[in-house]
Write a protein that binds this ligand. Structure first.
Ligand code: MLT
Ligand code: ZN
Length: 461
């Protein structure tokens, strides 16, 4: 790269905050994956859309790659800068820009944390319903870039459903104002939805108009203990038939062990192999009676072994912590993460297949199963044994992931349900997308970013 390039950036944008200290490069050059050594050229922290556009024009001129960066809580390496890229952090563009009571939309800058969006929506008596454990640190721009899912997808769907409009800067620095909050818009290709889930490879989200909705009624939270994995989807069917579910999440005894060691409180005495945290509407007292009747039925049928219903908000939060604390409790064990999905109807057979596969392939490793089973999304984390080097561990896991990808392909599933492809899963994209689809995706990339400036190497090699 031309050594004058950074000086040129500063002279084009004298007010731009630019960081080049080693500590900053290290901090902004990585996400929650720990596989790559950060090595960005510099970190730019623009404060306006115009600055973002000028950075992109500068990058085209000097042929510098840009890694768009939000809260860097991603789990697929989508925000990693390990090859001299400019990290374009949206951290300073983190304000609420407006609320529209008639349209029930909130317009925000991309660097705002998901939790701050929740708070802003509640101030207007509404909710932004996408939610997951990283809410305090992840940014809405990153949520859009990965089409983030989370714990309430069975009720509300993914991020995609809640995007009413987007302002996006393309790979050539043009500003697009997509969909503009319209509910109905049959005027051709929906470029807004193309941006959602594009992992920063087509454009940089610089403003988002989010749809809000009414808060759900009061709810109950239950923890269930299950005797075996096959009971999972039967219990799901039982509960879904009689109750209005907001969440249905599962984890294993191994996940529980880690989360308890990390400070969470045990809620059920006795040890069981599988657990479910479920939350459902409690519009009236009948919901509790129905839930208890369903629970009894599950007990009688041998599908449920034990359970507890939270009697206060504090107890509900403690039950949720058992599920939401898992990622943090596993982090010290350098987990290799899988984030896969199949149709809900395919889950039981798929579970049988991969249980057998993983027991065979990982006989000496701790495998932690958890996830959003109510929407067919499993997080299978493999923990690194102390005896293996990082490189050997990854090599073994990659070998198994290839087998897992083949199984997913047979079941019509996806190698990434909600974390994105990034660097971590790009070798397996073919298991989920046909050659024709990938060729079209590459073509789309070229249209929006002809010089390959935006997040190169992510999604595709
Ligand atoms: C979660 O649902 O907790 C995260 O998406 C999963 C993970 O850490 O693998
Ligand atoms: Zn998840």
């Amino acid at each position: 790269m031309n050594p004058q390039a950074l000086a040129d950036l500063s002279s084009r944008l004298p007010e731009l905050r630019l960081l080049t200290e080693p500590g900053d490069l290290e901090h902004y050059g990585r996400d929650w994956t720990r596989r790559w050594t950060p090595a960005p050229l510099a970190i730019a922290l623009p404060a306006s859309i115009e600055e973002v556009q000028e950075i992109v024009r500068w990058a085209n001129h000097h042929r510098v790659a840009i890694v768009p960066s939000g809260g860097r809580t991603g789990l697929s390496g989508g925000a990693v800068a390990a090859n001299g890229e400019l990290v374009l952090s949206l951290a300073r563009m983190n304000r609420v820009l407006g609320f529209d009571a008639v349209d029930r939309t909130l317009t925000v800058q991309p660097g705002i944390a998901l939790e701050a969006v929740h708070t802003a929506a509640r101030e207007h008596g509404l909710i932004y319903p996408v939610d997951f454990a990283a809410r305090g640190s992840c940014s809405i721009g990153g949520n859009i870039a990965t089409n983030a899912g989370g714990i309430r997808v069975i009720r509300y769907g993914n991020t995609r459903e809640w995007i009413a409009g987007l302002k996006v800067v393309t790979g050539l620095g043009e500003l697009l104002h997509l969909n503009r909050g319209l509910i109905k818009n049959s005027s051709g290709y929906d470029l807004r939805q193309l941006m959602v889930g594009s992992e920063g490879t087509l454009g940089i989200v610089v403003e988002a108009t989010l749809r809000l909705t009414d808060p759900p009624p009061a709810s109950h939270v239950m923890l269930l203990a299950l005797p075996d994995m096959q009971a999972l989807m039967q219990v799901f069917a039982l509960f879904r038939e009689r109750l209005s579910l907001q969440a249905f999440e599962f984890f294993t005894d191994v996940a529980l062990k880690h989360v308890l060691a990390h400070g969470a409180q045990r809620a059920i005495e006795g040890d069981y192999p599988y657990y479910v945290v479920t939350e459902f509407d409690a519009a009236d007292e009948r919901a509790q009676e129905v839930a208890l009747a369903v629970f009894e039925q599950g007990l009688e049928q041998g599908l449920i072994a034990d359970g507890v219903m939270a009697q206060s908000d504090a107890q509900a939060a403690a039950l949720w912590r058992l599920r939401e604390g898992i990622t943090e409790s596993l982090a010290p064990h350098k987990p290799y993460k899988n984030d896969i999905s199949v149709r809900i109807g395919a889950v039981p057979v798929f579970l049988q297949d991969i249980q057998a596969l993983l027991a065979h392939e990982y006989p000496h490793m701790e495998v932690v199963w958890f996830g959003h089973i109510g929407d067919g999304n499993l997080h299978i984390n493999v923990l690194k044994p102390a005896s293996l080097s990082d490189a050997d561990f990854i090599a073994q896991c990659e070998h198994v992931t290839q087998r897992l990808a083949e199984t997913l392909h047979r079941h019509g599933g996806s190698i990434s349900a909600e974390h994105g492809i990034g660097l971590v899963k790009r070798a397996y994209l073919e298991s989920t997308r046909s050659a024709a689809e990938i060729a079209l995706m590459r073509g789309v990339k070229t249209v929006f970013d002809p010089n390959g400036i935006l997040n190169p190497g992510k999604l595709f090699a």
